[in-house]
Design a protein around this ligand. Sequence first.
Ligand SMILES: Cc1cc2nc3c(=O)[nH]c(=O)nc-3n(C[C@H](O)[C@H](O)[C@H](O)COP(=O)(O)OP(=O)(O)OC[C@H]3O[C@@H](n4cnc5c(N)ncnc54)[C@H](O)[C@@H]3O)c2cc1C
Length: 423
Amino acid sequence: MRDGTIVVAGASLAGLRGAEGVRARGFSGRLILVGDEPHLPYDRPPLSKHVLTGEIAPGATTLPGVGALRAEWRLGTPALGLDRAGRALLLGSGERLPFDRLLIATGARARPWREPEEAALPGVHTLRGRDDAAALAAGLAARPGRVLILGAGFIGCEAASGIRALGLPVTVADPAPAPLAGALGQVIGGFVAGRMEAAGVDLRMGTEVTRLEGEAGRVRRAHLAGGGTVEADLVVVALGAVRNTGWLAGSGLRADEGGLSCDGACRALDEAGRPDEAVFAAGDVARFPHPLYGGRPVALEHWGNAVAQAAHAARAMIDGPDRVESYAELPAFWSSQFGLTIKSLGLADGADAVAIVQGSPRTGRFLAVYGHEGRTVAAVSVNAGRWLPAYEAPIREAAPFPPIAGGADQPSPAPVPPGLPPR
Ligand SMILES: Cc1cc2nc3c(=O)[nH]c(=O)nc-3n(C[C@H](O)[C@H](O)[C@H](O)COP(=O)(O)OP(=O)(O)OC[C@H]3O[C@@H](n4cnc5c(N)ncnc54)[C@H](O)[C@@H]3O)c2cc1C
């Protein structure tokens, strides 16, 4: 398809890269990007890192390439519905946008605190968008007496790192046994916990917050299961993400809070599992069968996946779904916190063993490989990113675990249970 109309719902990383992709493949028709935020596409990773510490202004995160795109923009306008039979996107402004191809790239939003009244207390923040980061940075500039972070996942830990760098007292609470345990397991999480405590974080693992209490019109303390409170005048709710699929209700597509199901050509699936030839999905919102992991449906929250999957969807839209291979990008992400650069390849969830194969947690530089039933499934480097690419092929090939026998600087890597939650 070289002309006609392509509409993109969601004007962020995957939406922009998908739009660039169709233009790069010679699409010369009408291209319209619809975004509910008022901003042009911007980058989110700095929001929990350099934006919090004030090194980058929230407004300085606009993605490169935005200006060069030949497209129409509908910003500050949510897509509210999809008429699949009539091939039209229905906007909050009342506009009806007919399309020949639609790319759904509506991503995810921060999971809010479960009690709406408590979540709405002044001083309670989430962190997903540029406006969230600006509000949080302003709250931090008022020098709160203590910051409480709910959740020790990537965003919670990165925020804790940035807020400690500002010299503010920080408590992190999470029912899990170790930070990052859900993604990387307790072995790596235990190492990160040591770094957090050394940086002065009051780390409360195995701790559930049950209630946020306000006083004098703003949040004042959190109540813990089993008694006890934490006094805090700023709370960051970092409890993971929920996919933005609610607006697809009634469209007949297979979508829920875990994502919009699509096939290897990024075509959205209907409730019966049939691909819609005109509707595609990419980025955080997309749940797709990963060939490297037995075709199990996965929905990733990785910057690199949003870029690669959007390019794949663009190829499928322009060249035709039969002309593309099944999407098989190796999942990869990075995080920086507490002086650590953590990089990951593959999917560790479901792994039954982990082995340190290079370096050592003692020195703060190491590489860990994850195995499942004797096969290599993932690798994580901590301040040792240059060792990571060597593990890409063993993961792709599901090589025997632990891989690269004799190539590791550990004479005999000793696998241990990774301490991951059940999948
Ligand atoms: C604070 C933070 C830090 C991160 N750090 C890292 C990192 O270090 N490394 C890494 O690999 N990944 C990181 N990520 C993840 C990465 O940013 C995401 O994977 C990426 O943004 C996904 O892009 P996307 O375009 O699919 O979705 P999103 O970026 O979520 O964009 C979706 C867009 O669609 C809009 N939208 C939603 N519903 C509608 C609707 N109905 N109509 C119109 N528009 C709609 C949303 O408002 C949003 O603008 C981070 C994410 C956050 C939030």
